[in-house]
Design a protein around this ligand. Structure first.
Ligand code: BGC
Length: 458
């Protein structure tokens, strides 16, 4: 068992490794701009900077739509009525957990699961015999958009490993399963990444919104770009106006990583990729805490040992970190409970304080990184902060983790200094799905025909 001083030193070392100084933040922003710039012109970059081929909505789009949001954890289907004037009414909605068999099964299994869920939703809500049902499809993975209603998956993230989908058009695969299932009159009118959906929804409701962030199982951001700056598909030539761009920032690689981050990455399906995502998002923060915890246990820094079997059986996840971070009881009762679930019984208050600090540090670093990235993207759009910006954020980590919203705002404002207050962060719950419907309704701007002509000319 280690002395108090050794415990303190180990903790101090962790804090030093996980802390992100202002100098590091400024360098990150610089590197972010270099990567954004290379990505937009199609040069090597850790940021894919994917054009969505959709212009930002105006807020006056109307009509009834279905939206199908395939995320990292859930599939959410909804029927929405776009009323114009920035109003969206959700008529009915349903959420299903995407289970492990679907995440790692065959492509037929995956798209049949989506089609079947859609079919059940339609039957349940008595829409079977209605005319054309316009559907916006949100697909929360990196894909290369080939038009507003077509896109090829580039790689899986967030632990998915379904065979045979990379390189395929996901709308085509979905349409095949819809046809197999015999669902009538479905017309897919848009394919969007969840960030683009969240941005479209944020913008529909608030004309000052020019960026979106997803902070859930995975992380990513989209923003509004001048079409003239998007050179990767020679799109910029004659086109003017604005387009929503999916940065795929989860893959940003210019970050100081610790030995713990490296260990976590080695154990993932997509090792070497999405380094930033693995430092911040809900799928990975709990893994990081467990890796640090095990290291501290192995080095006897806690006053007690653990039962390895109990630890292996633990379902410790982001929600549990949230409980630890939010525990302000004098004896840290919730922390004690979480430590028990990790196989550590008989802890004293110092052990609990140490574990809480580990969780606090992991979450604080997540919030600092995201704050830096948000400020970086806003500075890219508006280098002198000539105006205020609204960022629409969707995802469980932002919405539910104890203290996260507050900490993110604080970190954004700290970084902004004199410009503090010029970035507003708003929760945009389930915006990613509704945004697909809105994007389908927008249609104007860059048409599919123009895009395919440009793309085939590359
Ligand atoms: C994917 C993105 C997605 C993000 C949030 C990442 O793993 O690469 O496409 O937007 O998760 O869901």
């Amino acid at each position: 068992m280690k002395s108090n001083i050794q415990m303190k030193n180990s903790y101090q070392k962790l804090e030093d490794n996980f802390g992100i100084s202002r100098a590091v933040q400024l360098k990150m922003i610089n590197d972010l701009h270099t990567e954004m710039s290379s990505g937009l012109i199609g040069q090597k970059s850790s940021l894919r900077m994917m054009p969505s081929f959709a212009e930002p909505p105006k807020g006056n789009e109307t009509g009834k739509y279905l939206s199908l949001d395939f995320g990292g954890t859930n599939l959410r289907i909804a029927a929405t009525d776009l009323m114009g004037n920035g109003n969206v009414v959700e008529i009915c909605a349903e959420k299903k957990v995407i289970d492990k068999n679907v995440q790692a099964g065959s492509k037929e299994n995956l798209f049949d699961f989506i089609a079947e869920s859609l079919s059940d939703f339609i039957v349940k809500n008595d829409m079977n015999n209605s005319d054309d049902k316009l559907l916006g499809f949100t697909f929360s993975f990196p894909f290369e958009q080939l038009g507003l209603t077509s896109g090829k998956l580039l790689s899986w993230t967030k632990g998915f490993s379904v065979g045979g989908v990379v390189g395929e058009d996901v709308v085509k695969l979905l349409n095949e399963s819809i046809a197999k299932k015999g669902i009538k009159n479905i017309k897919i009118v848009s394919l969007v990444n969840d960030t683009v959906g969240a941005l479209a929804y944020g913008r529909y409701k608030n004309s000052g919104c020019d960026m979106s962030v997803i902070l859930g199982t995975g992380t990513n951001a989209a923003y509004i770009e001048d079409v003239s700056k998007i050179k990767k598909y020679a799109l910029g030539e004659n086109l003017v106006g604005k387009m929503m761009v999916n940065t795929e920032w989860g893959n940003f690689s210019k970050l100081p990583r610790t030995a713990y981050d490296k260990k976590l990455d080695e154990a993932t399906e997509n090792s070497g990729l999405n380094m930033m995502e693995k430092m911040v998002s809900a799928k990975y923060v709990a893994e990081l805490v467990k890796i640090i915890f095990s290291d501290f246990v192995d080095r006897n820094i806690f006053s007690v040992k653990i039962d390895k079997q109990e630890q292996a059986a633990s379902l410790f996840a982001a929600e549990n970190i949230s409980e630890v971070v939010g525990d302000n009881s004098p004896e840290l009762k919730f922390v004690e409970k979480e430590l028990k679930s990790l196989g550590m019984n008989g802890t004293n208050l110092k052990d609990r304080i140490l574990f809480k600090k580990i969780c606090d540090d992991v979450m604080e670093r997540s919030s600092q990184i995201i704050a830096t990235m948000i400020v970086g993207v806003v500075l890219w759009m508006d280098p002198k902060f000539d105006k205020s910006h609204v960022v629409a954020i969707d995802g469980t980590l932002y919405e539910k983790a104890s203290g996260y919203k507050k900490s993110l705002m604080k970190n954004v404002d700290n970084l902004l200094g004199n410009n503090a207050g010029k970035i507003a962060l708003i929760l945009s719950k389930d915006g990613s799905g509704m945004g697909a419907a809105i994007t389908g309704a927008t249609r104007g701007g860059v048409s599919d025909a123009k895009i395919s002509r440009k793309l085939s000319a590359i």
